[in-house]
Design a protein around this ligand. Structure first.
Ligand code: X5A
Ligand code: ZN
Length: 671
């Protein structure tokens, strides 16, 4: 089932460059593409991808987005003299032409179309296109911001037309606003465009009023354009993750796209001279992974910006390695999002609450408390050339992302003999695979009945191999879940560095001693009666309709579980499912997929013995297959939303990634 990842690259797209002096354009160099591709080769990633050839986009395809006049004008550029090219360039903003750029622009757009073709026809599951020129600034009749044709916009229209794709999600994580994409789909409810971008109250290029959070789309498309303006530089991993958890993911799941396209600019990473942000290259592994179970895994990533060659190459590698299914890097020390980021987050959520039921009951706040007026930067704040240089060299040092090692066994199981082990999953057998030392240790410590002991010994063996990085993930059917949790925790936590995240789905009591000292964080999603929150490390989420309410459950995952998991940064995840949990397979699969964001993919799923039907859907996700789409997410139950908001309010003192409101705003509202 797990099919490959496409990689599209052609050296031809390095064969144009700036031919005159223009400070605004000098960063857009051919090396952007060569360093990215060479890094993929060096890290043995290119080899693991399916190499898909480029092609030129046809006139008809380009005309899906651009005007005939514009196409005809660009067509003339290959034969222009240098002087004519300069002059032609002058009518547009921050872009340059070259005799070969028209050819490259057709290849760039064609690459995006090839990617869509290969993904839609299931020759690959997902893929990335390394292209120049980029696309997201280009408009119906204008080149702009290094872009000639709008590669991703053309790809979205093409997918709709050729494959009858209904809903397309475009995620633009480039640090500039893809205004070209916004203009193209502003009134189209079938294309949801999400962009975050450096904005600085309209002082950052392209300095457009319509890049602000209150441009939500027009007419039928109202609600389908989401702008997250960054009003300060220096945004870091926690700011980006916070926006994904509290805005993009809930809305994207409610939208339920049939295809996801990414405007993948890496100028949003640390070291980039344009973005001046501080998110590390590893963040793109996570952003990619969080999108990988939408649209049944149909994810097309298309390069846009990225101007620090080191940061760019590392970020591209992180993205492709994630598309290939390798375990995610851990993100250590996620801190509190910046106040400015939280203000933006709050504004976006307010602006969109009328369109998305997942935001409808977001904490009641006055809308739009940040002025949308342009704020001119203060004279005194202007940075001197030298001062800026010194500052940026100092801040632009970051460690190279560590290698992401893939254990040879992707998933292993502990099952009784009467249960078939899913294909591609390794079964741990009682005799061969268990260390006798573990068995005797278990017997000594606390187990009296011999039958359960054998299973538990295999579970511990499995955990041991996960800790040793020989096995990535596992699943086990056990007769006593509570006993299994206790055993695993006791086995793993004596190592001071180990933290276990226990996600407990369904009713049942988590033993008191488990959630005591910060070595474990327990999040229990359960139904009915309020459970008491005993400590910072035991978090019961009690839903009225229990886990059977898909939208309520997913809301808990996005707004609570993901931020908590990221902040806690476990070394092992225990996912426990009680027999009466009522959670449907699809939701369970998405949950299992999301949890692989943590602990380098070391997830152990514990199922009570009689939950045999769940083995195969669980194994499928652990093995990297995409989860099925969750269609028709209704508005979550209002009481449940209130419960979760209240919980979040209370917990955000301890868990900073749960915040959606800056403290200053909260204070202002209380007055
Ligand atoms: C694709 C892209 C940036 C243009 C910046 C012009 N364009 N100042 O990142
Ligand atoms: Zn950019």
């Amino acid at each position: 089932m797990t099919i490959g990842t496409a990689l599209i690259y052609d050296e031809e797209m390095t064969k144009y460059k700036l031919l005159w002096v223009d400070p605004a354009c000098k960063i857009e160099v051919p090396e952007r593409l060569t360093v990215s591709y060479e890094a993929l080769v060096r890290n043995a990633l290119a080899d693991r991808c399916v190499s898909v050839p480029v092609r030129e986009a046809t006139d008809t395809e380009i005309l899906l987005v651009h005007s005939e006049e514009y196409l005809e004008a660009v067509k003339k550029t290959p034969s222009m003299s240098l002087e004519d090219l300069k002059e032609f360039t002058l009518q547009y903003g921050d872009v340059y032409f070259h005799p070969n750029i028209y050819h490259c622009a057709k290849l760039a757009a064609g690459s995006a179309l090839q990617l869509v073709d290969w993904v839609m026809t299931k020759r690959v599951r997902n893929g990335m296109a390394l292209v120049r020129p980029p696309g997201h600034h280009s408009q119906r009749s204008a080149a702009n911001g290094f872009c000639v044709f709008n590669n991703v916009a053309i790809a979205a229209r093409y997918a709709q037309q050729k494959y009858g794709v209904k809903r397309v999600l475009i995620v633009d994580w480039d640090i500039h606003h893809g205004q070209g994409v916004q203009y193209c789909f502003e009134d189209d409810p079938n294309v949801l465009y999400f962009s975050w971008h450096r904005y600085e109250h309209q002082n950052f290029w392209p300095q457009l009023r319509e890049s602000n959070y209150d441009s939500v789309g027009k007419e039928k498309g109202a609600g389908f354009n989401i702008n997250v303006p960054w009003n300060q530089v220096g945004m870091k991993n926690s700011d980006y993750l916070s926006v994904f958890c509290h805005i993009l993911l809930p809305v994207a799941y409610e939208f339920c796209p049939d295809l996801v396209l990414v405007c993948a600019g890496f100028d949003s990473a640390i070291g980039d001279p344009e973005g001046e942000m501080c998110a590390t290259p590893e963040i793109f592994a996570h952003l990619t992974h969080l999108l990988m179970n939408l649209a049944e895994g149909k994810l097309c990533v298309v390069l846009e910006g990225g101007y620090n060659l080191t940061s760019l190459a590392q970020s591209v590698c992180q993205t492709v390695q994630t598309l290939l299914g390798d375990p995610l890097p851990q993100l250590a020390d996620l801190s509190c999002p910046y106040r400015s980021a939280l203000e933006s987050l709050q504004c976006v959520r307010s602006a969109h609450r009328q369109y998305w039921s997942c935001l409808k009951h977001a904490a009641g706040l006055p809308p739009a408390h940040i002025s949308t007026k342009r704020i001119k930067s203060v004279e005194g704040e202007a940075k001197t050339e030298t001062g800026e240089d010194e500052k940026s060299t100092e801040e632009n040092v970051w460690p190279e992302p560590p290698k992401r090692f893939s254990p040879t066994v992707r998933a292993a199981s502990v099952l009784s003999d009467d249960v078939t082990c899913p294909d591609r999953c390794k079964r741990l057998n009682a005799n061969q695979d268990v260390d006798p030392l573990i068995v005797s240790k278990l017997k000594d410590s606390f187990i009296s009945d011999a039958g359960g002991c054998d299973t538990l010994a295999r579970v511990i063996t499995l955990v041991e191999k996960m800790v040793q990085n020989e096995i990535r993930s596992g699943l086990a059917l056990v007769c006593d879940v509570t006993m299994a949790i206790t055993c695993v925790v006791q086995h793993v936590t004596p190592d001071l560095n180990n933290r276990v995240l226990i996600v407990y789905v369904g009713n049942g009591t988590v033993p008191d001693h488990i959630a005591r000292d910060g070595k474990t964080l327990v999040v229990q999603i359960t139904s009915g009666n309020k459970q008491e929150q005993k400590s910072k490390y035991y978090i019961p989420v009690c839903l009225k309709n229990g886990c059977s309410d898909t939208s309520g459950f997913m809301h808990a995952v996005f707004s609570l579980l993901l931020p908590l998991g990221y902040e806690y940064n476990p070394n092992l995840v225990l996912l426990v499912r009680m027999p009466d949990s009522d959670v449907c397979d699809g939701v369970w699969q998405h949950l299992t997929g999301f949890l692989q964001s943590f602990a380098k993919g070391h997830t152990l799923v514990l199922l009570q013995e009689n939950e045999k039907a769940c083995v195969s859907p669980t194994a499928s996700i652990l093995l990297g297959d995409p989860a099925p789409p969750l269609e028709n997410l209704q508005a979550p139950n209002k009481d449940d939303l209130n419960v979760m908001e209240t919980l979040r309010d209370r917990l955000q003192l301890n868990w900073k990634l749960l915040q959606t409101i800056s403290e200053s705003t909260a204070a202002a509202v209380q007055q």
